[in-house]
Write a protein that binds this ligand. Structure first.
Ligand code: NAP
Length: 491
């Protein structure tokens, strides 16, 4: 069989279908789209235990985690339903005509409109919340886009079950058959063909740096370039400031050991780099974290490929000159259980070796002992863009280190005080996206209601005939949404 040829034909048909469904789906009322998103949530919940058992078998994640993730997936769909029903997300602006000004000002109105068919690459590490009906799909549907999902090969049965729930919702809500489509395959040619098809208008991705950048390169080769919103990874530095570290070194060590090994470290927000100035308190912290790690529970990683990549990168790191292992899993690991590891390096060695700055996806963290505050600042200046940056600090610490805090803002999309970065709330104020290489576009988030803005573009309607204006821009404001009218926010 000519696989390349069949991939091209299949992709063409799928994208043509997505393009044909787009004008029908986008013209559905906000209420109909909101009901559809809520119906997907209900249909996923109706899959019951079968979904959880299937996801457990495919991902090796425990039941409690997957129950939580299913709740998050459903809540995320309902959050976007609420956003669409409320309607103000379109950022409607009206600047009324000023006919007697010289020159006369025309009537100008602007709002966000959906881009068109979106291709979503399901992530391996969240088989529900960032996969088939995850945040990218939910936000794209909320914006009014049709969606083609490239399922992740790590959990094909889970994806197929979730897609069956989406199909049920499509039928129940009378949406176009091809509003959402699902494709499977492990040949990169399939992903490339989806990204490069002329009908594709944007791409959503969560995964490796290499994978994300491959999709960006495919998009650049197109005749019409399109945005690729890729969330690719981060070491999520944690800075231990001196006053807090002096008062609770053991508690901080236990908190961070639990966080970087949580879910076998398979979170893009795993704290993989811990920075502190040399002190007696830091020595206590190092002793505790070194003792803590070997005793922590282990479980298999998501799939054999991720496990192999982890062990390879871990080995490359620990043989670097000047790096010492503080603690690691002691019991014999079998199959695809990882060796959880915490290591130590001094600031000079870290600054001189860029390999140590890279993400190791799995239960690994590196502590950097800095000679001085100046060296800590130099490290923050040298690091690449991050999803998160955390300060463990008293208020006095924070006030005495405003310069470091400002460096943190330059580096990351979310700056945290006294918490761990794992755990990402799905709310309007969340920012899950940071400067490159954490993501390809730091202006946007892939978690929370602002995720919808990735899939829409502004259109200005100048001197438009009133009957042709979208409801959102009509004088009477029939949808009752918040709008900026002649400079004032009003309903
Ligand atoms: P991945 O290798 O980046 O793959 C994710 C998806 O992208 C898969 O569907 C894959 O297709 C596709 N893809 C990757 N490279 C491609 C290419 N060159 N052309 C076309 N499609 C491509 O991620 P993964 O399998 O989930 O895990 C591998 C590594 O990614 C991990 O070890 C970890 O380092 C990282 N990761 C990071 C995050 C994060 O949140 N930042 C999350 C998960 C994983 P195929 O199905 O055809 O392979």
């Amino acid at each position: 069989m000519n696989y390349k040829l069949s991939t091209t034909i299949m992709t063409d048909q799928i994208m043509q279908q997505a393009a044909a469904a787009f004008p029908v789906y986008r013209s559905q009322s906000a209420e109909a789209k909101a009901n559809f998103l809520e119906s997907i949530a209900a249909q996923i919940e109706a899959l019951g235990d079968a979904l959880i058992q299937t996801a457990m078998a495919e991902s090796h994640l425990p039941e409690a985690r997957l129950l939580g993730e299913r709740g998050r997936t459903a809540n995320q769909l309902r959050l976007f339903a609420g956003l669409v029903r409320e309607g103000s997300w379109v950022e409607a602006v009206i600047d009324s005509a000023i006919p007697d000004r010289i020159p006369a000002r025309p009537d100008l109105r602007k709002m966000l409109s959906p881009l068109g068919p979106v291709v979503v690459f399901g992530a391996s590490n969240f088989p529900l919340a960032f996969s088939t009906a995850g945040g990218d799909t939910a936000s794209a549907l909320a914006a009014g886009c049709t969606v083609v999902i490239k399922g992740h090969p790590g959990h094909p049965k889970t994806s197929a079950l979730v897609f069956s729930a989406i199909q049920s919702a499509i039928q129940l809500c009378g949406m176009p058959e091809h509003t959402v489509q699902h494709v499977e395959g492990t040949d990169f040619a399939l992903g490339k063909a989806l990204v490069q098809h002329p009908a594709t208008k944007a791409v959503g991705f969560t995964g490796s740096f290499v994978g994300g950048m491959a999709l960006v390169d495919y998009a650049r080769e197109r005749k019409q370039p399109i945005p690729v919103f890729a969330e690719m990874g981060s070491v999520n530095p944690v800075v231990l400031l001196p006053e807090l570290l002096a008062t609770q070194p053991e508690a901080l060590a236990k908190q961070l050991a639990a966080s970087f090994t949580l879910g076998m470290g398979q979170f893009c927000t795993k704290p993989g780099l811990i920075l502190a100035q040399d002190s007696e308190a830091l020595d206590n912290f190092l002793k505790t974290i070194g003792h803590e790690v070997p005793g922590l529970p282990t479980m298999p990683m998501l799939h054999a490929g991720i496990h192999a990549a982890y062990e390879k990168k871990l080995h490359e790191a620990v043989v670097q000159p000047g790096l010492g292992v503080l603690g690691k899993t002691e019991k014999e690991t079998t199959g695809i259980e990882p060796t959880a590891t915490v290591a130590l390096v001094d600031g000079d060695t870290f600054l001189a070796n860029p390999l140590l700055h890279e993400e190791i996806f799995g239960p690994y963290a590196l502590v950097v002992k800095c000679q001085s505050k100046a060296q800590l600042a130099q490290i923050l200046e040298q690091l690449e863009g991050q999803l998160t940056l955390t300060f463990m600090a008293t208020e006095a610490d924070a006030l005495a280190n405003v310069d470091l805090v400002e460096l943190g803002q330059a580096l990351a999309g979310r700056v945290i005080f006294n918490g761990v970065p794992t755990g990402v709330e799905v709310v309007a104020s969340m920012q899950h996206g940071g400067p490159y290489p954490a993501t390809t576009d730091s202006r946007f988030t892939s978690v929370g209601s602002d995720g919808i803005k990735r899939w829409a573009r502004p259109i200005c309607f100048q001197n438009y005939p009133a009957p042709l204006l979208p409801l959102e821009l009509q004088n009477e404001n029939p949808l009752g949404i918040w709008r900026l009218v002649d400079g004032s926010f009003t309903k």
